[in-house]
Structure formats: structure tokens, C-alpha cells
Write a protein that binds this ligand. Structure first.
Ligand code: DC
Length: 223
């Protein structure tokens, strides 16, 4: 079964997708990590973020492997572990340029479909998984939450990780990322057939329970 989870930054979809996949015993695919790995390669190669053909050339030549286990996401770029390196602020910013390059999106959509085909069953998470990449997925979710709540969650996560954090900076960053998601090349699309869950008032445990409940319901219909 292919299960897609889309939603804006900070909606809780990564944690929910990972936990749901672990519970179901299937693979989890973090598609944002793929865009991030290309952004890192672009920065390292000194390629201008305004030069789309050069960014595409980087994307075409680099080998990205994503291993998303229930407790980790390991991403390698040309054989090198870049799991931590793709989470910096510089990579965040560069990723929005990579993600708006149509030819790079096409390349990654193909790669994600290949992964889906070879695995058969997976929980995949991103912005366009239910709409573009796996339009025939058996189950589609769209997670959302108020921007204040998303900023608060990110703030608490950073504090828990011992990182320096400013609630205002996080909020501004989320506003910027929401703008990217909803602009002209808008990758964030909510399929009509998706189950919409507003997680503002929910704990992560409640979100995973809700997702698992829907999976159970769907499985019983199909069997
Ligand atoms: O989910 P994330 O923060 O790791 O995503 C990183 C960036 O990649 C963000 O700018 C949105 C973009 N992205 C996308 O355009 N399509 C996807 N399927 C996944 C992520």
C-alpha cells in the first residue's frame, strides 16, 4: 500500500510519517531530504542559485540515496553521509531555489516513483506526493496546523536539541516557506481525495493514532 502525507513545513508530517511507517513495518520516504541533498551539492559546487541549467546538471550527476528507518533518516550524496549537513539554514534557503526548478522536480518525481515501485509499500512524505508523484496512492493524508502552533513546535524541538532558538525568527522563516509553497510554482497541493487533518490541537501520538485508524479502515475495506 502506498500512503502519502503532504502538508506545510512544521505540520508534524515528518514525525507522523516516520512513526506510522514504523508501526506498519513499511519504509518511510522523506522526499524533502532529496531536494535538500541537491541544494547542498549546488552550494558545494559553487553553482549560482539563479542558474537553473547548472543546478540541473548538478542534480543529474549526483547520486543521492535516502535510507529512512523508523528512528533515523540517512542521506548520502555521492556515497558521503550528509544527513546532518542538509539541515542547516543555508541549505534550507538554497532548497527553495532547487525546488522551484521544474526540470529538477521532474527528475526527483521519477526517482520517487521508481522507489515506490521497487518497494511496493511505503509511507512517503512531502508536498506533492498525493497530487503529482503518486496520484493513485491507496491512502492520502494532508496535515495542517496554524502557523503559531507550527512555530511553537519547532521552537520546542530546537530547545530540546539544545540549539539556540528565537520564536520570532522561526515564525518569519515559516512565513517565508509558506510563501514558497503557495507561490506560482506551488509544490504544495492538497488532493481532493486526501484526508485533511488539522493537527493544531493534537499531540503527535493522537495524529499517529488517527492515521493508523484510517489505514485500518482502508485495509478492512480492501480485504
Ligand atoms: O519538508 P522539508 O522542509 O524537508 O522540505 C525541504 C524543501 O523542499 C522545502 O522548500 C519544500 C521542498 N519540497 C518540495 O518542494 N517537494 C517535496 N516533495 C518535498 C519538499
Amino acid at each position: 500500500m502506498i500512503i502519502t502525507i503532504d502538508g506545510p513545513a512544521g505540520s508534524g508530517k515528518s514525525t507522523a510519517a516516520r512513526k506510522l511507517a514504523a508501526r506498519l513495518g513499511v519504509a518511510y520516504l522523506d522526499t524533502g531530504a532529496m531536494y535538500r541533498a541537491i541544494a547542498l551539492a549546488t552550494i558545494e559546487d559553487g553553482v549560482s542559485l539563479a542558474d537553473e541549467p547548472a543546478m540541473l546538471a548538478v542534480a543529474e550527476r549526483c547520486a543521492i540515496e535516502v535510507d529512512c528507518g523508523p528512528t533515523h533518516t540517512r542521506v548520502t550524496l555521492d556515497g558521503r553521509d550528509v544527513s546532518e549537513a542538509i539541515r542547516t539554514m543555508a541549505v534550507n534557503q538554497a532548497t527553495s531555489f532547487v525546488a522551484r526548478t521544474v526540470a529538477i522536480r521532474k527528475l526527483l518525481v521519477e526517482k520517487q516513483r521508481e522507489i515506490g515501485q521497487s518497494l511496493g509499500s511505503l509511507v512517503t512524505e512531502g508536498r506533492d506526493q498525493g497530487s503529482v508523484v503518486f496520484p493513485d496512492a491507496e491512502l492520502k493524508f494532508f496535515l495542517d496546523a496554524s502557523i503559531e502552533k507550527r512555530a511553537e513546535r519547532r521552537y520546542q524541538e530546537m530547545l530540546a536539541d539544545g540549539e539556540e532558538a528565537s520564536h520570532d525568527v522561526i515564525l518569519k522563516n515559516l512565513e517565508h516557506r509558506d510563501g514558497n509553497d503557495r507561490c506560482q510554482w506551488a509544490p504544495l497541493l492538497e488532493p481532493e481525495s486526501a484526508i485533511h487533518i488539522d493537527t493544531t490541537q493534537m499531540t503527535i501520538h493522537e495524529v499517529v493514532e488517527r492515521l493508523a485508524e484510517e489505514v485500518g479502515r482502508r485495509s478492512s475495506i480492501e480485504s
